[in-house]
Design a protein around this ligand. Structure first.
Ligand SMILES: *[C@@H]1O[C@H](CO)[C@@H](O)[C@H](O)[C@H]1NC(C)=O
Ligand SMILES: *[C@@H]1O[C@H](CO)[C@@H](O)[C@H](O)[C@H]1NC(C)=O
Ligand SMILES: *[C@@H]1O[C@H](CO)[C@@H](O)[C@H](O)[C@H]1NC(C)=O
Ligand SMILES: *[C@@H]1O[C@H](CO)[C@@H](O)[C@H](O)[C@H]1NC(C)=O
Length: 512
């Protein structure tokens, strides 16, 4: 069983199949010879070939589990484009592949269901150049397709250790780029790399190769793993090819993401600094926190809540549902309107923003609606003013479900008070209510509830200092025609740490 936590619980993967990591059935050729060479077929069963929507080779990825591969983020985001610009639904990853021009007996391809770019990926510096691919189909693990081992997060790379970079790129100049080639690369000291690349990041990158050698990797090997053998003879992924590959003039080493730094949850302080620069004393009726989501066809999709000058929080179900996911939506043409009051007139304070990224909670379950939380990162900086303000995140990281609260409804600008109900009340209405992640509010026989188009709206409660904080995100149960059922909200205190960590990694830490 493989258990991985990438960046603050971004993703927890459990592989059910009992294939060991890092143990090929065909041993790779490891005797040292100068120059690259063709790899023994089947000796790097971890390697996948990424093919884009037009059928071109995009690079490589490494199998980590029966639904997960790791690669570099730059396949999906770069200057002037991001995941929304790519037709990822039509990308594929070939596994069990050796010769790319023939149909190998063991090859099989898989589609993507999700790509999770590291939220801290910086397209200029290439910091955090890591992404996970979640496949739509279950990867069949067998003798030809196996996961690589992830190193222990405390693992320090050993300068001088010779590791291997397999790839279909022109990497090893064997003259045969149809087949999987490999090149052996010794790990170099950070200081060596810094003389070649002033922007080398010792905290996140590792350098391998030769300063005056004749072996390096080429651009089309971006995302390929640097694989090293541990003391038990198992192959683990030490690096992910990120930059520096110059296969024509191989006088420079290659720069790799240092994988142990991405293997685990980063520890962050859970202390909430109570500096509320946007202390709000009015009623929630001014809706200064609320954004109106409009889809690519101009229809209202729901609401979102401002958390900072580039970030809003909403429900994940706007972006993924039965039969569709973020790739099926033309999110590039979605907008969020802020400072909005009347949706049918152009209010003097309204302004809209585009999305640059949507981060769906990795635990979101489209059936149970567990973890129905997503962050929207806007392309433009949100102008914060009297009409557009961030809501407070709950102070207490653990849930304290209050007794009374209010909800601001969008659409017809209704402001509805909804008392918070005991979990047991909600469970009688909804057997699948999740007390550990949801909070219930409203009336059992009342005349007030929320409607489907309020999904993602915040349940705002006032704390003892008179500040409005977001207690819930409308998720299900809204039945505005027959308001005899309460509404079910994601219980935000349980997501405060995920929200804060993800915002920080996206480069826009929560500041209030
Ligand atoms: C991204 O990297 C560039 C170049 O190193 C740097 O100037 C910029 O501040 C970084 N952006 C973020 C959000 O960290
Ligand atoms: C490769 O190295 C040569 C010689 O240093 C340089 O002229 C060329 O621009 C480099 N190419 C890339 C893609 O960095
Ligand atoms: C998602 O929810 C459904 C319904 O509650 C459940 O059967 C399924 O196991 C859940 N999936 C995961 C991956 O937790
Ligand atoms: C709303 O409640 C009524 C009465 O219980 C029910 O017939 C209807 O199906 C419900 N609508 C939704 C969308 O759940």
């Amino acid at each position: 069983m493989l258990s991985i936590l990438l960046t603050a619980g971004l993703l927890t993967i459990i592989s059910a199949q009992s294939i060991p990591c890092g143990t090929p059935t065909v041993q790779p050729v490891t005797n040292r010879i100068v120059g690259g060479k063709e790899a023994a077929a089947g000796s790097w069963p971890y390697l996948g070939l990424l093919v884009d929507d037009l059928g071109f080779i995009a690079g490589s990825a490494t199998v980590l589990g029966d639904h997960v591969l790791v690669t570099s983020a730059q396949h999906f985001e770069g200057p002037g484009y991001d995941v929304f610009d790519l037709d990822l639904k039509h990308w594929r990853v070939y596994l069990g592949e050796h010769n790319i021009h023939t149909a190998d007996p063991n090859e099989k391809y898989y589609h993507f269901s999700r790509v999770i770019v590291h939220p801290g990926f910086n397209i200029s510096s290439l910091a955090n150049d890591v992404a996970l691919i979640i496949t739509r189909e279950t990867i069949q693990l067998n003798n030809n397709v196996r996961p690589a081992c992830l190193p222990d997060p405390t693992h320090q790379y050993q300068v001088g250790q010779v590791c291997y970079l397999p790839g279909w790129g022109s990497t090893s100049s064997t003259g045969n780029e149809e087949v999987l080639n490999q090149v052996d690369l010794p790990i170099l000291a950070d200081s060596v790399c810094q003389t070649h690349f002033p922007d080398f990041i010792p905290d996140g990158e590792v350098c391998a190769g030769y300063e005056n050698g004749n072996k390096d990797f080429c651009g089309d090997d971006i995302g390929s793993p640097l694989l090293c053998k541990d003391l038990n003879g198992m192959w683990f992924i030490q690096g992910i090819a990120s930059s520096g590959g110059n296969c024509t003039f191989a006088n420079e080493p290659g720069v790799f993401e240092d994988v142990p730094r991405y293997s685990v949850r980063h520890s962050h302080s859970t202390t909430c600094h109570k500096q509320n620069r946007w202390r709000e004393r009015g009623s929630c009726g001014n809706m200064a926190y609320l954004g109106l989501l409009v889809d690519d066809l101009g229809f209202i999709a729901g609401s979102a809540t401002v958390l900072g000058d580039h970030v809003l929080v909403t429900s994940a179900q706007h972006f993924e549902g039965p039969g569709y996911d973020v790739f099926d939506l033309d999110l590039k043409h979605w907008r969020v309107y802020l400072g909005e009051h009347n949706i049918h007139t152009a209010d003097p304070n309204e302004k809209y923003y585009h999305f640059s990224r949507v981060i769906v909670h990795p635990g979101f379950n489209i059936s149970s609606l567990a973890n129905d939380v997503a962050l929207i990162i806007t392309r433009e900086t949100i102008q914060l003013n009297n009409n557009v303000r961030p809501a407070c995140l709950p102070i207490l990281p653990t849930s304290t479900k209050l007794v009374k609260s209010a909800i601001c409804l969008d659409g017809d600008q209704l402001l509805v008070d909804l008392p918070i109900l005991a979990d047991s009340v909600c469970q009688t209405h909804f057997p699948d209510f999740i007390p550990d992640g949801e909070v219930c509010a409203g009336y059992e026989n009342g005349n007030k509830d929320f409607c489907g188009d309020d999904i993602g709206s915040p349940l705002l409660c006032k704390d003892l200092n008179g500040m409005w904080f977001i207690q819930g995100i409308a998720s299900s149960g809204g039945n505005c025609t027959f308001a005899n059922e309460p509404g079910v909200f994601e219980d935000v205190p349980r997501y405060t740490n995920w929200i804060k960590t993800t915002m920080e990694q996206a480069g826009y830490p929560y500041q209030y």
